[in-house]
Design a binder for this molecule. Structure first.
Ligand SMILES: NC(=O)c1ccc[n+]([C@@H]2O[C@H](COP(=O)([O-])OP(=O)(O)OC[C@H]3O[C@@H](n4cnc5c(N)ncnc54)[C@H](O)[C@@H]3O)[C@@H](O)[C@H]2O)c1
Length: 353
């Protein structure tokens, strides 16, 4: 399968079994060799797919690329500016120039840090995204958002930097642990509520087909509003609360569970406030239960609101709440920041009943 994204730059998303083995050939179609490529991966992915004697690396070399590999420790605590600085230094030590590129091989964290490094090295070099987690395949490798966490919060520093190519090999999912599969499913379910409810039915038949549909939902929003000044914000469904939960838990609670909880609390509050055209929380709860996600209600509304608003810095501002309106369609409402805690509390109270 081949999906084209027409953003500020045009690129392809290729989805096919065996792409990891023929990555070099596909990359050479868009990125002329000889060139240097720096594969960025976490230590997990390095062992599974990144090592020099494995087919991915070999295919890049065989296609004529001069390849080096930058390995960093995995985990949200390494999604930092220090990791990006490490990549930038490594590129300089290896004499990378503006015609060279980065290959982000791994999950969403790798894609975000590698993409951010690519966007700022020598004012921007190409980045090829090779997602290996379901979350990265269905969501983060597409659309060009890159970034790192800072003390102030999640993804607080970053850039929009569209990839040159995205290669999705579903074979990689065979090694993905179940708990990480659930992470990706959360973003796919989110896409269903935003733009295509048929994704939910599709999930039981083929995760691959559901992933492609979720990518289409994202692609359409990215093409309409690449820099997120309007409708791309719909992709943030559940994420205001999710990022706050992640931050309040010291990033111990995973993104996927946080997103499902965020969607549910938002739907509960939107239902209670009469915003939604029809009650949507029951739909989301059914899916939460069916997939075995945990609804997280341990944090106080005030703490979540403070985390979401980056503490007092945003006082006086407004915040955009994305809420499910009818199945497969979301709407947005602008809320004064000082009302966010009440909004979250409305959802929390209903969830705790
Ligand atoms: N840029 C965006 O648009 C966007 C969108 C959604 C989420 N994100 C970000 O993505 C991140 C989460 O991504 P994630 O869930 O992929 O996390 P991750 O990158 O940490 O990957 C999860 C874990 O799975 C391992 N892994 C990945 N692929 C594997 C495979 N095929 N086999 C075995 N193990 C594998 C990784 O090594 C890691 O330990 C968050 O930081 C989130 O903010 C970004």
């Amino acid at each position: 399968m081949n999906i084209k994204v027409n953003a500020s730059s045009e690129y392809e998303i290729l989805m096919d079994e065996g792409l990891l083995k023929r990555a070099g050939k596909e990359i050479s179609r868009v990125h002329g060799s000889p060139a240097r490529l720096c594969v960025v991966c976490d230590s997990n992915i390095y062992l599974l797919y990144g090592r020099e004697n494995l087919s991915f690396h070999k295919s890049l070399s065989e296609a004529g690329f001069n390849v080096c590999t930058y390995v960093f420790p995995g985990g949200e605590e390494f999604k930092t500016i220090d990791t990006v600085q490490g990549i930038l230094d490594f590129l300089s030590e290896n004499n990378f120039t503006r015609t060279d590129g980065i290959v982000a091989l791994g999950g969403g964290i790798t894609g975000d840090v590698a993409g951010f490094a690519a966007s700022i090295f020598m004012r921007g070099i190409s980045c090829i995204q090779v997602p290996t987690s379901l979350l990265a395949m269905a969501d983060s490798s597409v659309g060009g958002k890159t970034g790192v966490n800072t003390a102030a919060g999640k993804n607080m520093t970053g850039s929009f930097w569209q990839p040159e190519l995205v290669l999705i090999d579903p074979k990689a999912l065979e090694t993905l642990p179940e708990k990480h599969l659930l992470e990706g499913l959360a973003e796919i379910i989110k896409a269903a509520f935003i733009g295509d409810l048929s994704i939910i039915d599709c999930l039981s038949d083929s995760i691959f087909a559901a992933t492609a549909k979720a990518i289409m939902v994202k692609k359409n929003l990215v093409e309409a509003d690449e820099l997120e000044s309007g409708e791309r914000k719909l992709l943030n469904l559940g994420h205001t609360i999710a990022h706050a939960i992640e931050k309040c838990s010291g990033y111990k609670i995973s993104h996927g569970s946080a997103v499902m909880t965020g969607m549910y609390l938002t739907a509960l509050a939107a239902d209670k406030l009469g915003w939604s055209t029809q009650p949507m929380a029951p739909y989301i709860k059914k899916i939460i239960d069916a997939f075995g996600y945990k609804v997280i209600t341990d944090f106080a509304a005030e703490d979540l609101a403070a985390a979401a608003l980056n503490d007092k810095k945003r006082a006086g501002d407004n915040i955009t709440i994305v809420y499910p309106d009818v199945p497969g369609h979301c709407e947005m409402k602008i809320l004064p920041s000082e009302n966010l805690a009440d909004f979250i509390d409305t959802g929390l109270k209903k969830a705790r009943v």
